[in-house]
Design a protein around this ligand. Structure first.
Ligand code: DX5
Ligand code: ZN
Length: 216
């Protein structure tokens, strides 16, 4: 299991130190939640903050766009240093061309589905994707409760991927902590986002080690 601490839960007054802390704690990626106050009822940060954050760690930046028109901003996030960009099937941009745009910058594309969106929503695009992100809370805020009923989507997507001979990574996001991570591992999830569970833990290194141990 790979662990992607969600930057949303960090102390933004010490952004650089927080990233160094995650690096030392053996995080695998950094998950960055971009919200526009329109697609979701919350506003976080945009490409400039990601650009400032970029020099503090070599870890891959996994940028989760919760914005209505992702295609308008892909260039900005590419130039800010994103390694993976995921956006929602429920957004207003054309999905195929947005995936193409992300790939054109040499960035790995991923699609995200909200809790009410079926797994099949990603099937038509799967062959062009690096990752699918399954929301295990309603997007918008950290610190919500895990929705275990989202987990069957993992098998549905993996089975479909197998039928077309495609390798796909599955990430889950929302409410993942020591109580819920084992279920994610059993369901076949490859990457777990954890905001509160890692950043707010007393010792992030122990928290990440513990989360990984619970998956074995
Ligand atoms: C929710 C975000 C998540 C969130 C996770 O919209 O996409 O990445 O920060 O936070 P926790 O782990 O606290 O649920
Ligand atoms: Zn997220």
């Amino acid at each position: 299991m790979k662990i992607a601490p969600s930057f949303l839960s960090c102390d933004f007054s010490r952004l650089g130190e927080e990233l160094i802390r995650m690096d030392k704690a053996h995080a695998d990626l950094i998950h960055l939640d971009v919200m526009d106050g329109h697609f979701v009822p919350n506003i976080t940060f945009g490409a400039p903050v990601i650009k400032w954050a970029r020099p503090y760690t070599q870890l891959p930046f996994d940028v989760h766009l919760m914005i209505s028109e992702p295609h308008r901003y892909i260039k900005d996030f590419a130039q800010a240093g994103a390694d993976i960009i995921t956006f929602h099937t429920e957004c207003d941009s054309d999905i195929d061309s947005t995936i193409g745009l992300i790939s054109s910058y040499g960035i790995k594309p991923g699609l995200v589905i909200k809790p009410n969106t079926p797994a099949s929503a990603v099937f038509p695009y799967l062959d062009k994707l690096y990752m699918v992100l399954i929301m295990t809370v309603e997007p918008g805020f950290g610190g919500q409760s895990f929705m275990a009923d989202m987990l069957p989507k993992v098998k549905e997507i993996k089975d479909y991927a197998k039928s077309i001979g495609k390798d796909i990574l599955i990430e889950a996001d929302g409410g993942i902590n020591e109580e819920t991570i084992a279920q994610c591992a059993n369901a076949g999830i490859d990457i777990c986002v954890s905001g509160t569970g890692v950043f707010k833990a007393e010792n992030a290194e122990k928290a990440i080690a513990q989360l990984k141990a619970l998956c074995k």
